[in-house]
Write a protein that binds this ligand. Structure first.
Ligand SMILES: NC(=O)C1=CN([C@@H]2O[C@H](COP(=O)(O)OP(=O)(O)OC[C@H]3O[C@@H](n4cnc5c(N)ncnc54)[C@H](OP(=O)(O)O)[C@@H]3O)[C@@H](O)[C@H]2O)C=CC1
Ligand SMILES: O=C(CO)COP(=O)(O)O
Length: 339
């Protein structure tokens, strides 16, 4: 099966996925908005800023023109930061309206939109009507671009309420090192994907401050408890949080130096200022904006998220991290599980 695919976003994950799909035998165009980025991919077959040292497949084509990039596409993959998805979807809609082609739309972004609290697939579906697509699918799981780029084993969830669309995506992406499992719990998959980024900032901060393995395991475990609590309140299946997009992605993000969220937290733990950290990262740190959304959403829904609230206070209210940790440890004693 060879499909026509448009990848929207030429950052680290977009480039790796576009390269993988090209090597799977598909006809892939990657859309970037800067001419210098498309020139580099087309002429040098590299993307040095995001993936230093990686040689891309020469059949991968880059284009700055969105209409040309998505022309006749069977599948359109969104891999831009969460808070720009709506703007890109708005640019895509009039292009889709001019053709009879209805692509499967796939989202790989992990976050919750500031202001609306929407999950990424909700953002896409609120802009692009269902009749313009052949289904909307979310792909998510423990998957650092750096590892996948060197063909290290990677497993993901392809989540959709449209099982046929999820199975289609499963087959388009699968190869010897990239394996996908279908899941129909889109809410759980997207909530796990977004909220783990916040906990990963906390894990990096613990490391930066010199805390040990017990503290890190405590944060991951209690972090998962509150991710599940908010996710279930929003309609997720609790089982999803012990899957790839739950504990799987939490482990990879909260324990790895590849994670931008973990690195952000680590630098905060070393005493750096948030704005300096973000300015120097040169890549999206989704957990920072999602911490604000999760904090507000949890308050609105009456869900207890003490770790997320603590990370919010550090990021947005200048609370010293050590004070945030002390306050968390001195909370009123409680049972491990609230039934
Ligand atoms: N990196 C990873 O390992 C993984 C990332 N993800 C998720 O994928 C999403 C994208 O992440 P990632 O690729 O790492 O991000 P990067 O920061 O590496 O790249 C972001 C890309 O989006 C582009 N972009 C930014 N603003 C706009 C805009 N307004 N219109 C069009 N393009 C824009 C950037 O362009 P420019 O360079 O010009 O700024 C860049 O090409 C995130 O939600 C992330 O959580 C999911 C799994 C793994
Ligand atoms: O989602 C990811 C790995 O699964 C990437 O995490 P970061 O955005 O923290 O790098």
């Amino acid at each position: 099966m060879s499909e026509k695919i448009a990848v929207l976003g030429a950052g680290s994950w977009g480039t790796v996925l576009a390269n993988l799909l090209t090597e799977n035998g598909h006809d892939v165009t990657i859309w970037a908005y800067l001419q210098k980025d498309t020139d580099e991919i087309n002429n040098k077959h590299t993307n040095e800023h995001y993936l230093p040292g990686l040689r891309l497949n020469e059949k991968l084509v880059a284009n700055t023109d969105l209409a040309e990039s998505v022309k006749d596409a069977d599948l359109v993959l969104f891999v831009v930061p969460t808070n720009v998805v709506r703007g890109v979807a708005k640019q895509l809609l009039p292009i889709l309206e001019k053709t009879d082609k209805k692509p499967v739309i796939v989202s790989a972004a992990k976050g919750l939109e500031v202001g609306t609290y929407d999950r990424v697939s909700q953002v896409i579906q609120s802009v692009i009507p269902a009749e313009q697509t052949n289904g909307v699918v979310v792909i998510s799981g423990p998957s650092h671009a750096e590892d996948t780029s060197v063909k290290d084993i990677t497993t993901l969830t392809a989540a959709s309420t449209n099982l046929e669309a999820a199975q289609y995506v499963q087959h388009v992406f699968a190869n010897s090192y990239f394996r996908l499992y279908t899941n129909q719990d889109v809410i759980g998959v997207e909530m796990g994907a977004a909220l783990k980024n916040v906990i990963a900032i906390g894990a990096g901060a613990l490391h930066g401050l010199g805390y040990g393995d017990n503290a890190k395991a405590a944060l991951i475990t209690r972090g998962l408890a509150e991710i599940s609590r908010l996710g279930v309140k929003m309609g997720a299946d609790p089982l999803t949080f012990i899957g790839l997009s739950g504990v799987g992605d939490l482990i990879v993000t909260a324990t790895s130096r590849h994670s931008r969220n973990w690195r952000c937290g680590n630098q905060l733990g070393h005493g750096e200022k948030l704005q300096d950290v973000l300015d120097n990262m040169g890549q999206v740190v989704e957990g920072v904006s999602t911490a604000k959304v999760a904090h507000e959403l949890a308050q609105k829904e009456g869900v207890e998220m003490p770790i997320t609230d603590a990370i919010y206070a550090v990021l947005y209210e200048d609370k010293p991290i050590k004070q945030a940790i002390t306050d968390l440890m001195q909370r009123e004693s409680k049972p491990e599980f609230d039934y």
